[in-house]
Design a protein around this ligand. Structure first.
Ligand SMILES: Nc1ncnc2c1ncn2[C@@H]1O[C@H](COP(=O)(O)OP(=O)(O)OP(=O)(O)O)[C@@H](O)[C@H]1O
Length: 576
C-alpha cells in the first residue's frame, strides 16, 4: 500500500478545505490565536523594567494583560464557531470520498480498512486541526520572541534556545514512532470494537446466547485491547527516555544562565521571567507540536491519502453503455484474484451470456459465483482478460453509467431503515416517489403480501418504526432490485435464501420479463429453479467446468447432473 503523503502538502490541502468551510472565520481565528500568544511573551520585558521604571513596567503589564485576555476571548469564540462549521465540511468530505470510490477494494482489504478506520475515528478531530495549527504557531512565535529578548540581554543566553532544539526533535520523532505503532495495532483495535459490537447489539444476541460464546467474545476483546496497548506502550516507553534526556539538558543550561546574571538585577529579572517561561514555552511548544503531529497532522495526511486513493480508483473510462443489448455480455479469458492474495478465485473463464436470456450460475460454496457477479457489476476489474458488453470492453465504460443500467438483489442485502417506499425506491432514485414504479417493483418481486404500506417507517429504533422479519426484509431488497426499468444486467445473487421454493420459481419467471433484452444472472443453490434457466454455468474450484441448458447438462451426465439428482432425491423429485 502507498505511503501516507508528506505532512506539508497534506497540511496545505487541509487548510484549503478549512478555507472553503469559512474564509472569514478562519482568518479571524488565525490572527487572534497567534496574536493572543504574543502579549504573554512580552510580559518578561515588562517584568525586567520593574528594576528601573516601575510606572512604565506597571502600565505595560496592564496593557499586555488586558490585550492578551481580549485576544484570547475572541480567538476562543472564533475557533469554536469555525470548528463547528469545519466538522460538518470535513465529515461530509470524508463520507463523499469513500462513497465515490467506484470499486469495493477499500471495504474488503484489511490494510486499507485499517487506514480508513483510523481516519473515520478521528475525522471529527480534524476540525480542530486549524485551532491546533494556530496555537502551535502562536507557541512558536512566543518562543522566538522570548529567545530574542534573552539574546538582546546577552547573546550567550541564545544557547537556551539551542538546547531546546533536541526536545523538539525528539518529540517529532516520537510522533512518527507512535503513529506507526497505532497503525500496526489498528487490526486489534478493529477486532476489539467488533467484539464489543457483537456483545452489545441485538443482531448476534440469539446465537451468542444459544452457543454460549459470551466468555469467548469478552476474552477476545480483552486480548485485542491488550495487544494494541502493548504495541503503543512499547513505542511510548522506547521514546520516553530520549525525551527525558532532552529536557534535562535544557534544565542545566537554564540554571547556568541564572548563575551568570546574579549580579545584574534587570538581566536577572529578565532571565528569571523569560528563562522561566522559556522552559514552559518549550514544553508547551513541544506538547503542541507533539499533539499536532500525532493526531491532527496524521489525520490530515490520511485525508490527503484518501483523496489520492479515491482519485486513483476513479477510472478515467468515459464510454457509455449501449441503449439495449443486442448480442450479450461475454467473458474473454477472465481470471481474477483478490488484491493482496495469491490465488485465482476465477480462472481463465470464457463464455457469452446472450442478450434476453437468464443465466444461472451454480457451484459449491466458495466456487467464485458471487465474485463473478461482482466483476459483472464492475465492482472489481478482472486481473487478466476482458468483459465485453456487445463487443465493447467493460473497462472502457464509465462505471457510474454502467451501474445505472445494472440492477439486482443480493444475499447480503442491506436493510435501509427508511419508509418502505423509500427503502424500495433507492433502487431507482429518479423514481423513488413514483407510486406506479414502486408498485410495479413490489409485484415483480412477488412481495405484495410481505411489504407493509409504502409510508410505513422501517426499523424499530425510529419513531413509529416497525420491525420486519428477515424474509420480509429480503422481499423489500428484491423489490428494490426490480425498480430499474430495462436493466442491461439484472443480478439475483441468492436473493431468495430466506424464501420458499415456490416464491423463487415465481420470481424466476418475472425476472426474465423485468430484464427484457438484458441478461439476468441468477446465483442459486436450488436446482429446481436453476433448471429453468436458458444457460447454466457450473463453476468448480475457480474454473468453468460445464455449460449448457438443463437438458444438455443432464444428458452429459457430468457434475451438474450428479448434483441435480442428489438434490432432487432429497426433495422427492425425480429424473430430468
Ligand atoms: N474480499 C475478498 N478477499 C479475498 N478473498 C475473497 C474475498 N471475497 C471472497 N473471497 C474468496 O473467493 C472465493 C470465492 O468466493 P465467492 O464469494 O465468490 O464464492 P461463492 O461461490 O459465491 O460462495 P457461496 O456459495 O458460499 O456464496 C472464496 O474462496 C472466498 O474465500
Amino acid at each position: 500500500m502507498t505511503e501516507l503523503p508528506g505532512w506539508l502538502p497534506s497540511l496545505v490541502r487541509s487548510l484549503r478545505l478549512g478555507y472553503r468551510a469559512g474564509p472569514t472565520l478562519i482568518a479571524v481565528a488565525f490572527l487572534t490565536t497567534v496574536g493572543a500568544a504574543i502579549p504573554d511573551a512580552l510580559l518578561a520585558l515588562a517584568f525586567s523594567l520593574l528594576a528601573t521604571n516601575i510606572a512604565l513596567a506597571a502600565t505595560l503589564l496592564a496593557v499586555l494583560a488586558i490585550g492578551g485576555w481580549l485576544l484570547a476571548t475572541v480567538s476562543d469564540r472564533a475557533n469554536r464557531r469555525f470548528a463547528d462549521r469545519a466538522a460538518i465540511v470535513v465529515e461530509e468530505h470524508v463520507a463523499r470520498l469513500q462513497s465515490e470510490i467506484t470499486t469495493m477494494e477499500h471495504h474488503e482489504r484489511p490494510e486499507v480498512m485499517d487506514r480508513i478506520s483510523v481516519l473515520r475515528d478521528h475525522a471529527g478531530a480534524l476540525s480542530e486541526l486549524y485551532q491546533q495549527l494556530f496555537s502551535t504557531l502562536g507557541a512558536l512565535a512566543r518562543l522566538v520572541i522570548t529567545v530574542g529578548l534573552l539574546v538582546a540581554a546577552n547573546p550567550w543566553f541564545g544557547l537556551l534556545g539551542v538546547v531546546a532544539v533536541p526536545a523538539v526533535l525528539v518529540s517529532t520523532w516520537r510522533a512518527d514512532a507512535e503513529r506507526r505503532a497505532e497503525e500496526a495495532g489498528a487490526q486489534h483495535d478493529r477486532l476489539a470494537k467488533h467484539m464489543f459490537e457483537l456483545g452489545t447489539t441485538p443482531g448476534p444476541a440469539k446465537e451468542i446466547r444459544v452457543f454460549g460464546v459470551q466468555d469467548k467474545i469478552r476474552t477476545t476483546r480483552r486480548q485485542a485491547w491488550r495487544e494494541r496497548h502493548r504495541k503503543l506502550s512499547r513505542a511510548r516507553w522506547q521514546t520516553a527516555w530520549w525525551q527525558a534526556g532532552a529536557h534535562a539538558l535544557f534544565g542545566v543550561a537554564f540554571l547556568a544562565a541564572i548563575v551568570s546574571a546574579v549580579h545584574r538585577p534587570t538581566t536577572l529579572l529578565l532571565v528569571l521571567a523569560a528563562g522561566g517561561r522559556l522552559a514552559q514555552y518549550v514544553a508547551n511548544t513541544v506538547q503542541q507540536t507533539h499533539f499536532f503531529r500525532t493526531i491532527w497532522l496524521d489525520v490530515s495526511r490520511r485525508l490527503a491519502w484518501l483523496e489520492d486513493y479515491a482519485v486513483a480508483q476513479t477510472h478515467s473510462a468515459t464510454g457509455q453503455p449501449p441503449r439495449t443489448l443486442r448480442h450479450g455480455i461475454s467473458l474473454d479469458t477472465v481470471s481474477f484474484r483478490y488484491p493482496g492474495t495469491d490465488r485465482n478465485v476465477l480462472d481463465d473463464i470464457t463464455v457469452t451470456l446472450p442478450a434476453g436470456t437468464t443465466v444461472a450460475i451454480v457451484g459449491e460454496n466458495g466456487a467464485g459465483k458471487s465474485t463473478l457477479v461482482k466483476l459483472l457489476c464492475r465492482l472489481y476489474q478482472p486481473t487478466t482478460g476482458r468483459i465485453l458488453v456487445d463487443g465493447v470492453d467493460l473497462a472502457t465504460i464509465d462505471p457510474a453509467r454502467w451501474r445505472d443500467r445494472v440492477s439486482g438483489a443480493f444475499q447480503d442485502f442491506f436493510p435501509f431503515e427508511y419508509t418502505a417506499g423509500e427503502s424500495i425506491g433507492v433502487g431507482d432514485l429518479p423514481h423513488i416517489d413514483d407510486p406506479v414504479a414502486l408498485h410495479t417493483a413490489v409485484s415483480r418481486a412477488g412481495a405484495g403480501d410481505a411489504v407493509p404500506e409504502l409510508t410505513t417507517q422501517l426499523g424499530v429504533t425510529w419513531e413509529n418504526g416497525v420491525d420486519l422479519s428477515h424474509g420480509q426484509w429480503q422481499k423489500v431488497a428484491l423489490a428494490r432490485g426490480f425498480m430499474r426499468p430495462d436493466p442491461l444486467l439484472l443480478v439475483l445473487d441468492e436473493p431468495t435464501s430466506a424464501l420458499d421454493a415456490a416464491t423463487e420459481d415465481a420470481l424466476f419467471d418475472r425476472s426474465a420479463d423485468a430484464a427484457g433484452r438484458g441478461v439476468t444472472v441468477l446465483v442459486s443453490h436450488r436446482f429446481a429453479t436453476v433448471r429453468m434457466a436458458d444457460l447454466i454455468l457450473v463453476l468448480d474450484g475457480s474454473r468453468l467446468v460445464e455449460r449448457g441448458s438443463h437438458a444438455e447438462l443432464m444428458a452429459a451426465g457430468g457434475r451438474y447432473a450428479r448434483l441435480y439428482r442428489i438434490q432432487a432425491r432429497a426433495y422427492g423429485r425425480t429424473g430430468s
